[in-house]
Every structure is written in C-alpha cells, then in structure tokens.
Design a protein around this ligand. Sequence first.
Ligand code: DGT
Ligand code: CA
Ligand code: CA
Ligand code: ZN
Length: 562
Amino acid sequence: MRNAEVAELLDRLGELVEAAGEDRFKVIAYHRAAASLRNMDEDVEQAWKERRLEDIRYVGEGIARKIDEYLRTGRLELLERMKAKVPPGVPKLMKIQGIGPRTAYHLSHDLGIASVEDLKSALESGRLDSEFGPTARGSFAVGIEKLASFEKRMLIPEAEGEFQKLASYFGALGIEVRMAGSLRRGKSTVGDIDLLSTDQRAVDALAECPGADQVLERGPKRTSVKLGSGVQVDVRLFAPEEYGAALVYFTGSKDHNIALRSLAMGKGWKLNEYGLFDKDGKRLAGGTEEEVYSKLGMRYIPPEMRENRGEVEASLRDELPDLVAFDDIKGDLQMHTTWSDGSVDLGGMAKAAKERGYEYIAVTDHSMSVRVANGLSEERFRRQWKEIDRLNGELAPFRILKGVEVEIKSDGSLDFDRSFLDGFDIVGASLHQNFSQSPDKLTARALSALSHPSVDFLCHPTNRLIGRREGNPIDLRKVLAAAKENGKMLEVDGQPKRLDLDDVWARRAMEEGVPVLVDSDAHSVGELDNIGYGVTVARRAWMKAGDVANTRKLKGFLRYLS
Ligand code: DGT
Ligand code: CA
Ligand code: CA
Ligand code: ZN
C-alpha cells in the first residue's frame, strides 16, 4: 500500500502551494484528496495500474495526473518547482499557530529565519524586537511551545502500529515482550514506547532491530533506540520474580506509582520496580501485578484507570467499576458514506458493520451546509432513506438507523427544520464552522442544539484535533447541564485524532448522569475499528457498560431514543 506515501506527497504540495500564497481552493483540494487516499481501503497503486485514479473520491484530472507522474517517475516536477520557489522553512513556520503564509515568508525571505529553532533563538536574542510588537512576539512564543509539545507525541494508532511491528519482530525471534507505559494505559497521545522482558536476548535484539536508526542507550539491562519514524523505544530486562512489580512501575502513571509507594510506606514496606519488600528487605510480592496489588490489600486495577484519579482508594474499598468493554457495544452510531465524505458506499458500510457483530448502526452523513464534506440536501436524504429501507429489508434483523450529523449554524440554528429532522431515527448535531466566535457564542450554539426537540446527541463537543487544534473554548459545564436537563446524549467520538469528549469530561458526564455514546465516526470500513479507541476513552472515564447508551440492544435502544 502506498496510499500514505502519496497522501503525504499531496499534503506537502498543499503546504507549499499555501506557503506560496496561491489559490486557497487548490490547497483545500490537495489536502482533501490526501485525506481521501488515507481513508480508502483500496491500494492507490492498483487503481493507478487499472487507470482508475479519477474514480477515487476527490481526485480529479489534475491530481490524477500528478499521482500518475509520481508513481511513474518517483518524483513530482511541480513539487520540486514549488520547493525552489518557497523560501526554506516556510511550511514549517506556518505550522506555528498564529503564523500565516505572509509572516512566514517575511521571516524566511527577509530575516533569514528558516526553521522553528531559528525563530526561537531570534525571539530570545531580541533580534525581532524592532520587527514585531510584544503581542505578536508573545504569540509566536506560545505557538512554538504548543508545536513542540504536540509534535513530540504520537496518536494511538501510530504507537500501536510501531508496537505491533516490534512485537512481531520479537515474536519471530521467540522473545516475549510486554507493553507498558502510556500506550498500555490507553492515553490519547503516547510519548515513547516502553517494553519489558524477562528474556536476556531482548536488549540486544532491540539494538539490532531493522527499524532502529539510532541506539540511544545500551546496557546489560536496558536498551533505548530511535526508530526511523523518530519514535523512541525502550526495552528493560527483569527477573521473573520482579516482572509484575516492573510492569506496575513502568505502566505507570507516575502519579499512580507514587500513590502505591506511599501506601506501601504506610505499612512500613518498600515498593519499587523490583518488588514489594518488608522492612528487612524480604520480598513480599513481585512476580505478577495481581500479587503486588493484592499484597497491598487491593483489587487489580485495569491499566486505563492508573492515573491517580481515585482508583487507589476505590480499589482499597473494593469499589472499582466493572469497566465497559468492546464486546458490550451493540451498535455504532456515527459513520459516513459516499453520500457525503465517506469513501465506502452505504451498503458496504452496513454489511461490514453487520459482519462485526453489531445489531445496528446509524448512518450519519453530513447536512448540506458542510459543503467541503459534500453535505446532503433534504432531497438527497430522502433518496438515501429509500436506499436504507431497501438495505434494511435485505439485512434484517440488522438495522440501519436513518441518521444525520446536522450542522449547527453560526446563529445556533440547525441546517434543517424540525418537521424534516423528525423523519430521522437519530440526529447528532455538530459544529464544523466559524470557530472564531467568542466562547459565549460557541457555547450558545451548542446549548441551542441541545435544547432542540429533534436532536439526540451532540457530536465531538469540543472539536479538538489532537496535535493540531485545541478544543473550542466552550463551557462544557453548561453543555453537561443542558444535556442532562434536556435528556440528550454526548458523544465520545472514537477517531484517534478527536477522542472527543476526552476521558476527563466523559467521566464528569457520567458522574452527572448524562448518557454518553461511543462511536467510530468512520469514513471507511477500516475506520469502524475507531470505536475501540472510543471504548478506551470510556474505560479511562471509569464507565461501566450501563453508562454507554449504545451497549443497549436494538429494541432497548430504540425505546430509549423515543
Ligand atoms: P509518555 O511516554 O510520555 O506517553 O508517558 P509514560 O507514562 O509512558 O511515561 P514514561 O515513558 O516516561 O515512563 C514510563 C513509566 O515509568 C511511567 O508511566 C511511570 C514510570 N516512571 C517513569 N519515571 C518515573 C519516576 O520518576 N517516578 C515514578 N514513580 N515512576 C516513573
Ligand atoms: Ca512511554
Ligand atoms: Ca519511556
Ligand atoms: Zn464530524
């Protein structure tokens, strides 16, 4: 599959075109085609060989020609020309929040600042004091900070992908390794990958791993490498009687460890990565995690809960919740098809969902004012409903709910009026536009959707894009209160770049008694798996099956909706 590679190329081209200050529509077109390539399940090279590039969504004649040139020759003339035209570092500088093409051009072309590091040292040296006022300089500094903290961390699928590759590499050598760290806890972003093993060969094997570009540290009990992708991986070696304590320690979180350690100290014991010891240094536990927790008088704590957010106390009182699991989910309530911006047709999505064992799904294509996503008019929705009715006949007892992700417009009104919206089985409302409004206005938009009689849930409430855009500054306390008052649900969107609501707010929603639904927001068959990331968020939010609306069976869910 070269889809990711070609998508990357188009994104690069889009960035350069944007940096050159050229046509906005071209920029959007390149990025949109790139996203479409990433989303699709088919191999772009295959489509190319069969001369079907233009059948790919958002790939028109011009972009098809560029993909063809690249796959034929391994390079793209236009990209090279743009690289020559755009001063060095401009696309990179534009990644800093608050720096647009013009400022980036000025910085690079006139001031010789060709990288984020350059900008940082120029700011520190005072060299820019005569060029920019204190407000602008302050916002550059904030933007640099944010970029740095974003760029260092991976989203879960990337981290999982790297882990899978490593696990099969070690597996082929007959070496068992276990995952620890933030990846095991299911955190939405992962800094580096932590592995543990009891097998002596693991430390050398990691250093010799084909993907390892750079060995950062190599000792008898620990190796640390940097992979070609820039990801750092640590492997640490422990004796079998230490392994459980090591798993606890390196799974973390640090705050969880500190809480455990002080609990041990309270008993006059010592807890570290090698085991739990009494005051004479005699080993009390260490071989397994269960043993360590149990010796401390606790139930085993699932890794997702280990954030020192009350889990230690709950475990001591034997009040840990029985966390929701993927198998509890009976239906997926947000997904897109080729009717709007998905890459698979309705029948394809429905059949794939049925094969996954769901009892129901909701198809929630965008409504008409989301033009970039090819949003549907009333008339097109009516045609889609006919197709849904036909498919429901074919796939019964599996059920496709007629859904919509209806746009909340700038004034808080919805794309469709009530009489039309009531024709849907389920209505999710969301914001995709005009985020520059004041926090009050943005909050009012969400609240007005939550008071609309036809709306069932609010989609991705903050609109964050992890690593790229912080959530909107809406008042989530008010959103929770309104959802509760009006009996609406809030979404945990399982797209790894969204995970919105996040774990902290999902937990607050649950505590306030606001029902939450967990869905994939899939735009392709493969992305139906996103729901697993959403379930992880729900587990990190301490949710039981009963706290997630779509763990209900079809009948119960329909009753609940009405
Ligand atoms: P990351 O990699 O930034 O996404 O987050 P983690 O949680 O994987 O952190 P990492 O890789 O620095 O360390 C792995 C675990 O090791 C961490 O979750 C807890 C444990 N750990 C690391 N440093 C300390 C420490 O100074 N004190 C304690 N108690 N535990 C630590
Ligand atoms: Ca880590
Ligand atoms: Ca680490
Ligand atoms: Zn959406």
